[in-house]
Design a protein around this ligand. Structure first.
Ligand code: BEZ
Length: 211
């Protein structure tokens, strides 16, 4: 069965470009993002892994460890990284899982046979410090992902975890956020000293607490 939000991210031990990794041990208490790409030496994937590397500081700032996966062998990953670094003007320094036997792809349901029998689709799983899945995304091979959107979701997830707020449609850093329904208006007024706007009893906003 496909993995769902709130499920524990399956653990595994796998060969990567940074040696053998046990996933849960490697995550430690950090947030994590595991994301698959269809194949090495393909154009969209080259831009995606390059973009992720360019955003290293942004992932680090949020305490998110990043790991990539495809069913290509280790030697292929190692050779391809040189091309990514050269063409995307960056340095890939996150591990890439060489999932030749499809262990990880199967655990995370990353192969969608009606799209491709042989390769993983573009899956993303964001995992919280509790090892639970907080976000899943699936993109087709022909569409490169928007990594700024993934960072935006991580910001929202971390705001919810830390402050009991949610984020409205199209929310961006610095904009007002929404008090989650579980917090009463009375408690919200105490909890959010920057003020609470009651648009409707069920729609209460407050300035972003960590800005
Ligand atoms: C790509 O990364 O460019 C790609 C990979 C598989 C299918 C289509 C595009």
């Amino acid at each position: 069965m496909a993995l769902r939000l709130g499920d524990i991210a399956p653990d595994f031990t796998a060969e990567t470009t940074e040696g053998t990794i046990n996933f849960h041990e490697w995550l430690g208490n950090s947030w994590g993002m595991i994301f698959s790409h269809p194949a090495d030496f393909t154009p969209v994937c080259t831009t995606e892994l390059g973009r992720t590397a360019q955003l290293k500081d942004e992932f680090e700032k949020r305490g998110v460890k990043v790991i990539a996966v495809s069913v290509d062998p280790l030697e292929s990953h190692t050779e391809w990284v040189k091309d990514i670094n050269e063409t995307q003007n960056t340095t890939v320094d996150f591990p890439m899982i060489a999932d030749k036997d499809r262990q990880v792809a199967e655990l995370y349901d990353m192969i969608h046979p009606n799209a491709s029998e042989k390769s993983t689709v573009r899956s993303v799983f964001v995992i919280g410090p509790d090892k639970k899945i907080k976000l899943t995304l699936t993109y087709p091979a022909s569409t490169g992902r928007n990594f700024l959107e993934i960072l935006r979701v991580i910001d929202s997830l971390q705001l919810t975890a830390n402050y009991q707020v949610a984020t409205p449609a199209d929310w961006q850093q610095g904009e007002d956020v929404i008090v989650v329904p579980a917090v009463s208006t009375e408690d919200a007024i105490k909890k959010f000293p920057k003020g609470v706007t009651i648009v409707k009893p069920y729609l209460r906003t407050t300035p972003q607490p960590n800005k």
